[in-house]
Design a protein around this ligand. Structure first.
Ligand SMILES: *[C@@H]1O[C@H](CO)[C@@H](O)[C@H](O)[C@H]1NC(C)=O
Ligand SMILES: *[C@@H]1O[C@H](CO)[C@@H](O)[C@H](O)[C@H]1NC(C)=O
Ligand SMILES: *[C@@H]1O[C@H](CO)[C@@H](O)[C@H](O)[C@H]1NC(C)=O
Ligand SMILES: *[C@@H]1O[C@H](CO)[C@@H](O)[C@H](O)[C@H]1NC(C)=O
Ligand SMILES: *[C@@H]1O[C@H](CO)[C@@H](O)[C@H](O)[C@H]1NC(C)=O
Ligand SMILES: *[C@@H]1O[C@H](CO)[C@@H](O)[C@H](O)[C@H]1NC(C)=O
Length: 296
């Protein structure tokens, strides 16, 4: 029993000894959106009686020899400003923050540190692979065609070209966060009030990136056009009706007057026509002149 405990302790001791110089990366694969920042988390350790003299980050894009020789994207001994910023410390944090990520930055990154003690050096292998992608927001029409109109159905979809296990999509409209998550924003029937700037933000523990799309729903303008057409048409019809009525009325009055005139003429007709006068009077509506002529 005691022997087993001793063996265990020895194994533990050896294990600890081996790990006394170490570099650890919590994430082996990290995705970043072009143009945004990403941090590469990293921790390191070394014996307490040593102290670190140089901290280095190298990229396998430019470095081919285990990070032992230059070039480095970060060298704590040289004071150069670049997109590669060390945000760690001298004790245990070796996090690298990369600003304004470019496609050319994709590749494997390794941390190396050098202590004041001979052979007290260590490169963390294998490193972390950085994948650079674009964030794309697209509008997918589910109904309708041409300009967006009220009632059209659509999706706004956020695409990122990498598989990250714990990522999150957050949407906002005109810079105000929306109560939805997930890569797709669904609109069953858009209204004018849905118009605006929609931003998709993609977040992981190490980075975030966002992309905005502008949505313009044509509603009021189109409706106004329809209303104007309807009103104009109605107006034209009304004018036509009124004009028609006036013309008809004038003709009718004229005819009536003519009729009255004719009646007067008839009244002057000698009474010997007897009962026939009224009958003739009715017919006279059309043939007034003829009858009148006959009478004459
Ligand atoms: C880091 O930079 C300093 C100053 O330029 C240089 O002296 C040193 O050799 C560099 N480190 C390595 C490991 O090349
Ligand atoms: C849009 O509508 C027009 C006519 O309504 C049709 O010819 C055309 O194919 C449609 N386009 C799409 C992409 O649906
Ligand atoms: C996603 O990756 C594939 C293959 O690497 C590439 O063809 C495609 O263009 C990429 N799409 C975007 C949006 O970056
Ligand atoms: C959006 O809101 C953030 C803070 O929430 C602010 O920093 C930023 O300037 C705003 N952008 C616009 C365009 O209003
Ligand atoms: C947001 O969603 C949560 C649950 O999904 C709900 O409880 C909450 O009331 C919503 N808030 C608004 C403003 O819609
Ligand atoms: C949307 O963005 C455009 C350009 O970035 C800007 O001109 C416009 O005012 C924005 N609209 C709203 C409603 O914020």
């Amino acid at each position: 029993m005691l022997q087993l405990a001793t063996i265990l302790l020895t194994v533990l001791g050896v294990f600890t000894q081996i790990n006394i110089f170490s570099v650890k990366y919590p994430d082996k694969l990290i995705c970043a959106v072009r143009g945004f920042s990403v941090s590469i988390p990293c921790s390191y350790s070394y014996p307490q009686d040593h102290h670190v003299v140089q901290k280095l980050w190298c990229s396998m894009n430019s470095n081919t020899d285990m990070c032992v020789n230059p070039p480095y994207v970060y060298n704590s001994s040289s004071n150069t400003k670049s997109d590669f910023e060390f945000t760690g410390d001298d004790k245990s944090d070796c996090t690298l923050l990369i600003h304004n990520v470019q496609f050319s930055y994709s590749g494997e990154y390794r941390f190396r540190f050098i202590t004041n003690v001979d052979k007290g050096k260590c490169t963390g292998l294998p490193g972390v692979t950085l994948q650079v992608t674009d964030l794309k927001v697209s509008l997918i029409r589910l109904s309708g065609n041409g300009t967006l109109k009220q009632g059209d159905s659509l999706n706004l979809r956020c695409d990122v070209n990498c598989t990250h296990t714990s990522s999150q999509f957050v949407w906002s409209k005109n810079n105000q966060s929306l109560n939805t998550s997930g890569p797709v924003l669904h609109f069953p029937a858009v209204t004018v009030r849905d118009s605006g700037n929609y931003t998709c933000t993609w977040k992981t523990g190490e980075t975030s990136g966002s992309e905005t799309i502008s949505l313009h729903v044509e509603g009021d303008a189109a409706q106004w056009k329809i209303w104007i057409i309807v009103l104009v048409t109605a107006g034209v019809i009304l004018i036509a009706l009124v004009t028609g009525a006036v013309i008809y009325n004038r003709r009718f009055v004229h005819a009536k007057q003519q009729m009255e005139d004719d009646s007067t003429i008839y009244a002057n007709i000698p009474q010997n026509k007897g009962a026939c006068v009224s009958f003739a009077n009715v017919q006279q509506q059309q043939k007034g002149f003829a009858i009148y002529a006959n009478v004459r």
